[in-house]
Design a protein around this ligand. Structure first.
Ligand code: FES
Ligand code: FES
Length: 151
């Protein structure tokens, strides 16, 4: 059975090779924090990290991911259970979410950005976070990322 390295655990699945990673995460591995929005790589709701880089899991066939590639989902963003990622703390502090549906993807995109660029400018944040939020939380997302970058 093929395996995936997700949040530090090696997990087996029996999905067809062309199945998007999103559905393997949600339906086979029970990691439902990663959301389905558009299915065509536009909205970013399905964003996860592969080896620290943000990618849209709705269009990534599971067979293209090697067993050594490290996948991180929102469930593993903070590390071991009980920890809170600095971005999650800022999200709470600034009351970022509204309905919440897009927010795991937003957080994953923001975390990948800060990993690559610890002090992004406003325009760098805007250019990098292309996720869509139907509730229009963009200004609070921007503020929370800047809060973490300042700390
Ligand atoms: S669900 Fe993947 S980008 Fe919208
Ligand atoms: S918080 Fe509702 S879609 Fe973003």
């Amino acid at each position: 059975m093929p395996t995936l390295n997700v949040n530090g655990r090696v997990l087996s699945h029996d999905a067809e090779p062309e199945t998007p990673l999103l559905w393997v995460l949600r339906e086979q591995l029970g990691l439902t924090g990663t959301k389905y929005g558009c299915g065509v790589a536009q909205c970013g709701a399905c964003t996860v990290h592969i080896d620290g880089v943000a990618m849209r899991s709705c269009v990534r066939p599971v067979s293209t991911i090697g067993s050594d590639d490290k996948i991180t989902t929102i469930e593993g963003l903070a590390g071991p259970q009980g920890q809170v990622h600095p971005l999650q703390a800022a999200w709470v502090e600034l009351d970022v979410p509204q309905c919440g549906f897009c927010q795991s993807g937003m957080l994953m995109a923001a975390a990948a950005l800060l990993k690559a660029n610890a002090r992004p400018s406003e325009s760098e944040i805007r250019d990098s976070i292309t996720n869509i939020c139907r509730c229009g939380t963009y200004n609070r997302v921007q503020a929370a990322i800047q809060l973490v970058a300042k700390r």
